[in-house]
Design a protein. Structure first.
Ligand SMILES: Cc1cc2nc3c(=O)[nH]c(=O)nc-3n(C[C@H](O)[C@H](O)[C@H](O)COP(=O)(O)OP(=O)(O)OC[C@H]3O[C@@H](n4cnc5c(N)ncnc54)[C@H](O)[C@@H]3O)c2cc1C
Length: 411
């Protein structure tokens, strides 16, 4: 069913504030922080001051309670100026969602208000060296010891590592269980034995650190276990990704729009054969396709975000569709934008090359686009069970059922 998409005045206001900060403090500084691989603290502080970290946090914990759709719009505005800063903002929601979806009342009261205020930044530690797409295959352990858990092992590719104060860490708490193997545990910056190592030298999104997080007998109180009981971590991770993927998709829409806007302006300014290149029909075709795909992605993202806000039944499928489609669009649009810039597009002197470098990661993190397609297909296959009324239009001779003794019975 199509989703009702409602823009509240609050969401409009938050998106407008994000645009203002993006224009003043993100776009003009993007190249500098990309080159230096440094975090844009000026912009992050302005985002905190403008109350934008409050967007996704419920009102009772100091937030605006504006939901995933408003979060998507804010993220889009920031990513339009710099995809790296877009993720630097959005990852705070990714890291906070395990607490939001699985935390106890006491845990929400403890951590969410400072996240909402932008006083504390957050990171999400799921991936490991040997567990990427196969997120169930984690090896970082958390062993009970009196009133504490003791965490050992390494996480790979923690975005915001070092900047963040609060880390949602997915650990194996019951190696013998298949369904209740994993739990999410909060580890705070400064806890003895917890260190950030190997700040990665990345192709794109270079203003936000991505690191290894190491846990050497890190002792945290059992009250840091997210939720009432251990074993809920995998479920919390999946629920988190359903809420966070519209955010990655929104980064992609912002990035696509940012690249399109630059290419559009350049196509009016650059002259070849005595006319602006935008007069050439093949350039027009590229611009038209870029605009069409970006707009289609935008509304798919808004629909997925609205589905998350209304807790629709098929949130996972919609989030995966939005993530996969929008991030493929961002890569396509960034590629065509470089093409429109010609040789200048290939040079690091201008931001368009950065849009291209930044786009690639969108197809990889928070579940590769192959994994998104698996999620979508599995959900479609489940949906087929509700389409029994179409059976009469399916060739009968193709329909087999199996009897209890294994013999095939023609329908
Ligand atoms: C810059 C960056 C930031 C990141 N930030 C975070 C973060 O903050 N927190 C975090 O927890 N993780 C983070 N990640 C990790 C990211 O989510 C993983 O890289 C991603 O899930 C893919 O895992 P992998 O790299 O191990 O690839 P693999 O899982 O090894 O996949 C390699 C290739 O095989 C394909 N593949 C794997 N399994 C299947 C299958 N069943 N069917 C079809 N194809 C398959 C994949 O699609 C991919 O093309 C980040 C990664 C990067 C690079």
């Amino acid at each position: 069913m199509p989703q009702n998409i409602v823009f509240t005045p609050l969401a409009d206001e938050l998106a407008a504030k994000a645009r203002e900060i993006a224009d003043k403090l993100v776009r003009p500084l993007a190249a500098k922080y990309d080159k230096a691989q440094e975090y844009n603290w000026e912009a992050a502080k302005a985002v905190a001051k403008a109350g934008l970290f409050r967007t996704f946090v419920p009102k009772e914990y100091g937030g605006h309670g504006a939901g995933v759709l408003a979060l998507a719009r804010v993220t889009e505005e920031l990513a339009k100026a710099d995809s790296g800063f877009g993720v630097a903002f959005a990852v705070n929601a990714l890291g906070s969602f395990p607490i939001l979806v699985g935390g106890t009342e006491a845990q929400k009261k403890k951590w969410l208000p400072s996240i909402a205020a932008g006083e504390k930044f957050v990171a999400f530690c799921l991936s490991e060296k040997f567990a990427g797409s196969d997120a169930g295959g984690l090896s970082v352990t958390a062993v009970e010891d009196g009133d504490d858990y003791v965490i050992c092992g390494e996480k790979k590719w923690t975005t915001n590592g070092g900047v963040a104060d609060i880390y949602s860490v997915f650990c194996v708490t019951d190696p013998t269980s298949k369904s209740r193997r994993i739990s999410a545990i909060v580890v705070e910056k400064g806890t003895p034995g917890f260190t950030v190592k190997k700040v990665e030298d990345k192709m794109g999104i270079r203003c936000v650190p991505v690191v290894e997080t190491h846990f050497d007998h890190v002792r945290v109180p059992k009250s840091n276990l997210i939720g009432e009981r251990p074993g809920m971590g995998f479920k919390h991770a999946m629920m988190t990704l359903d809420l966070a993927r519209p955010g990655v998709a929104a980064q992609a829409v912002g990035a696509a729009q940012g690249a399109l806007d630059l290419a559009n302006v350049y196509a009016q300014r650059r002259q070849q054969f005595g006319v602006p290149i935008s007069n050439h029909q093949m350039v027009q075709q590229m611009l038209a396709d870029m605009a069409m795909k970006t707009e289609a992605a935008r509304w798919l993202v808004y629909a997925a975000a609205a589905a998350a806000d209304s807790q629709a039944a098929n949130v996972g499928q919609r989030a995966a569709m939005a993530k996969c489609f929008a991030t493929d669009v961002a890569m396509d649009v960034a590629t065509d934008a470089v093409q429109i810039f010609g040789g200048y597009g290939y040079m690091e002197d201008y931001p368009i090359a950065k849009f291209f470098r930044d786009a690639k990661i969108l197809q990889i993190y928070e579940g590769t686009n192959q994994i998104q397609r698996i999620v979508i297909a599995r959900s479609l296959i489940r949906d087929a069970n509700d389409l029994g009324h179409l059976d009469e239009y399916i060739p009968r001779e193709t329909q087999k059922t199996y009897q209890e003794d294994g013999a095939v019975k023609q329908a």
